[in-house]
Design a binder for this molecule. Structure first.
Ligand SMILES: [Zn+2]
Length: 429
């Protein structure tokens, strides 16, 4: 036993050798570690960028992208059902383009500058229009590291959640202490010919709440669902197109990652999506885009919540929850064994504080809003009626004054004789 530990220690030391006293890793401010004690790779990357650009050699990574048309005005690129790896170069999430009258609108920008550049080249073949607006769903780096391509090349405005800026640029405020921004998985994990040219591009505009926009003839509702799959999630609804671009509030064909998410937030977001009228839904990960697209995620979170609460009531403690709660229905889905146990574990912690009142009843809200709108319309009709009655009264009194005053000036309007209909018919051929 001891000898195995010894061998492991030696192996660990050998593996660590290249990093021990390695002068090429130039951390100018070594106290700037992230919250987990890791180097801020971004920081390191850029401090040395000018003298020693780490951009690799050879041509750019070829993502071999093919856009898929989802609806009349929406095309998407569908990523692999995997975690980010060197082999997929971060192409493991979905991003979309919406065709406006004179410009493309980009929904999420993928894992790198090179990805965004190659995706746009494909869209340009469909319609040669620029991207002037980029809209981002949430802070996970597989969804927005292409931002700087659109900003630098197209001069696009980036609309996105405030959490992107706070968590990646910093300072991050964690329990009253300030930390620099997080490193991104992509810059850490991918080959340099995939990450080259990628720099973090700040979002230019963040909204506090759901907003309706009209861009290049496309009506959009950018819906804030809050703490769902990350600290701040948004989805995009196109009412005229009946399309929902759900990003990571919905996944299918694979198990979702709830490592940064909340079960209750997920259920609320799914109900919010359900309350909209749509024919197509594009998930953040997965290939199903028809009316069944959200079904798997709905089932997953319903079962997760139900089963954990049941076991909790039976007195099962957190340490044993991943043995007691499994989601066997999803065993054949991608990433089940990697992600499902950790989803269960994290959800246990959350559901210990579960409060039924945290669930939002969107159907009730919808009815409430409809009742409010009806009451408002009734009120407006009443006001209009009163105004009309008042106007008629005033007109009558003015008329009375005129009649008394202007008998002398009265003009008789000549009556134009009506043209007989038969003649009109005869002259028309
Ligand atoms: Zn995500």
């Amino acid at each position: 036993m001891k000898s195995i530990v010894g061998i492991l220690l030696i192996v660990a030391f050998v593996l660590a050798m290249p990093f021990i006293g390695n002068k090429s890793i130039d951390v100018k401010e070594p106290h700037k570690l992230d919250i987990d004690g890791n180097f801020i790779m971004y920081d390191w990357h850029y401090k040395t960028f000018k003298d020693e650009p780490r951009t690799g050699e050879g041509p750019d990574w070829d993502y071999n992208l093919k856009p898929v048309q989802v609806s009349e005005r929406v095309w998407c690129f569908f990523g692999a059902m995997e975690m980010p790896t060197k082999e997929n170069a971060g192409d493991m999430s979905n991003s979309c383009y919406i065709k406006g009258d004179t410009e493309w609108i980009s929904w999420d920008t993928g894992p790198s500058y090179v990805f965004a550049e190659q995706a746009y080249a494909k869209m340009k073949e469909i319609a040669d229009m620029p991207v002037k607006t980029v809209i981002i769903s949430h802070e996970h780096d597989d969804h927005w590291l292409g931002n700087n391509y659109y900003k630098e090349v197209h001069g696009a405005k980036i609309i996105g959640p405030e959490s992107v800026n706070e968590n990646y640029f910093g300072p991050r405020n964690v329990e009253g202490k300030e930390y620099p921004g997080m490193q991104t998985r992509m810059i850490k994990a991918l080959y340099q010919n995939a990450t080259r040219k990628t720099v973090l591009a700040l979002t230019d505009e963040a909204f506090d709440d759901t907003i309706e926009l009209e861009i290049s003839g496309v009506k959009l509702e950018y819906v804030k669902v809050g703490y769902v799959h990350s600290e701040e999630d948004w989805y995009l609804y196109l009412p005229d197109d009946k399309v929902v671009l759900a990003a990571d509030t919905v996944m299918n064909g694979r198990v979702t990652s709830n490592r940064d998410g909340l079960v209750v937030g997920q259920i609320n977001a799914l109900n919010s999506i359900k309350s909209r009228d749509w024919d197509y839904l594009v998930p953040g990960h997965g290939f199903i885009t028809d009316k069944t697209a959200a079904d798997e995620t709905v089932l997953y979170f319903d079962l997760l919540k139900e089963r954990i609460i049941e076991k909790m009531e039976d007195g099962v403690i957190a340490d044993f929850i991943t043995k007691e709660v499994t989601l066997n229905e999803f065993r054949n889905k991608d990433l089940y064994y990697i992600l499902s146990p950790q989803n269960v574990f994290r959800s246990y912690e959350e559901l210990e504080m579960f409060d039924e009142d945290d669930l939002i009843d969107y159907e009730a809200l919808k009815e409430e809003a409809a009742a409010e709108a009806a009451a408002k319309a009734e009120e407006e009709a009443k006001v209009a009626e009163e105004a009309a009655a008042k106007a008629a009264e005033e007109a009558a009194s003015v008329q009375a004054v005129l009649e008394a005053d202007t008998v002398v000036n009265s003009v008789t309007v000549p009556v134009v004789p009506a043209v007989p209909a038969v003649n009109a018919l005869e002259t028309s051929h």
